[in-house]
Design a protein around this ligand. Structure first.
Ligand SMILES: NC(=O)c1ccc[n+]([C@@H]2O[C@H](COP(=O)([O-])OP(=O)(O)OC[C@H]3O[C@@H](n4cnc5c(N)ncnc54)[C@H](OP(=O)(O)O)[C@@H]3O)[C@@H](O)[C@H]2O)c1
Length: 329
């Protein structure tokens, strides 16, 4: 049956301005790192994407290497774009990236102009798109002059292959240099994509201040710490969880006893707020106005339903924040 999106979708989501740009992003965005690859079930990820769009999620985040196998998430997304979302392309913000290993030889990794230009051409083919909305350099490359990498991003925008560009995993000093070079080139840096969650706090040490000062948006990834900041691992490692899967990037040994002990305490605090732990973890990231959007993953529709309800309570009393800090200390 032809997909008909929910006509009420834009009433269900908050949209935040991305830095000082003209672009607004949904407070919750969906990433396709896991669960959308060649190893995953078509009907399952189709249902997740449809639900996301029905609930006002307009932003979908990909990368050249998402799968497995690498490239398959873009292929699958492209297939569903054609089948379900073709009439809504102008309502979607699609991002992709290059920066990690993609193909053998010296031109399939890191940050050279050769790699970025070739990779984006491949991504566009896989997704069947003429342009992406945001193209990122996925991680800093100490061996390529930053000027070269940023010049590639600038060229990509001038060629019309991306509307905006961003950087990911850049530490504050590297980010400041990248933002400054892009400004000089006349292609402002739209957004930074760092890892940020209750468990991973490095962005608080300078990066968020820098982004605010420069008018650059921020879209934290893995805000649920790949699922650890949910009730999923309270009683061990479920067989269908990311930590249990061969293809998952969360290793069993990352689900430590100490983490689980903290998660149990956080879970009680979430219950006192009338939220699930996943909801509280997302609300906690979104409470900061410098955050444009939280970039979540989901392996089934029920998780997305659950996570989206974080938007119902983004307020924290100072005492609640203090209790959270005590658990994390
Ligand atoms: N720029 C980068 O370097 C970089 C790196 C990593 C990720 N990213 C981006 O960020 C996106 C999100 O990353 P992520 O998938 O690690 O995010 P996440 O939201 O921290 O983790 C998502 C996982 O948590 C579990 N989950 C989600 N909602 C749940 C809920 N309500 N209740 C219970 N479990 C729940 C699911 O795992 P199960 O499979 O166990 O069910 C789901 O796959 C990626 O898709 C990608 O677009 C970017």
């Amino acid at each position: 049956m032809t997909y008909q999106p929910d006509p009420e979708r834009y009433q269900q989501m908050e949209y935040r301005r991305c830095g000082r740009s003209g672009l607004k992003l949904p407070a919750v965005s969906l990433g396709l790192w896991h669960n959308f690859g060649g190893v995953d079930q078509f009907e399952n990820y189709r249902a997740i994407l449809r639900l996301a769009f029905d609930r006002g999620i307009t932003h979908f985040d990909l990368a050249n290497n998402y799968g497995p196998p690498p490239g398959s998430a873009e292929e699958n997304f492209g297939h569903l774009l054609k089948k379900d979302f073709a009439p809504y392309r102008h309502e979607l913000i699609i991002s992709t990236k290059a920066g990690y290993h993609m193909w053998p030889g010296p031109y399939g990794d890191w940050g050279s102009k050769k790699y970025l230009m070739s990779s984006l051409d491949q991504s566009l083919k896989r997704m069947g798109l003429e342009y992406v909305d945001i193209f990122y350099h996925h991680r800093p490359d100490a061996d390529t002059p930053l000027e070269e990498t940023m010049a590639a991003l600038d060229l990509i925008v001038r060629q019309g292959k991306a509307l905006y560009v961003g950087i990911s995993n850049y530490k504050p000093l590297e980010a400041a240099k990248a933002v400054s070079i892009l400004k000089e080139l006349g292609t402002p840096c739209l957004i930074h994509q760092p890892r940020y969650s209750l468990f991973e706090r490095w962005v608080e040490d300078g990066l968020l201040d820098l982004l605010e000062k420069e008018g650059v948006g921020c879209i934290p990834f893995s805000p649920l710490a790949q699922g650890m900041l949910t009730s999923k691992y309270l009683e061990g490692i479920p067989a269908d969880s990311r930590a249990a899967k061969e293809t998952g990037y969360l290793r069993r040994d990352q689900v430590t006893e100490e983490k689980v002990r903290k998660v149990k305490q956080l879970n009680s605090l979430a219950q006192e707020r009338g939220q699930t732990l996943a909801q509280m973890a997302l609300s906690w990231v979104l409470k900061d106005p410098r955050i444009t959007s939280v970039l979540i993953g989901a392996s089934r529709t029920e998780q997305l339903q659950d996570s989206l309800q974080c938007l119902e309570n983004l307020h924290f009393e100072p005492e609640e924040l203090e209790l959270i800090e005590m658990v994390l200390r």
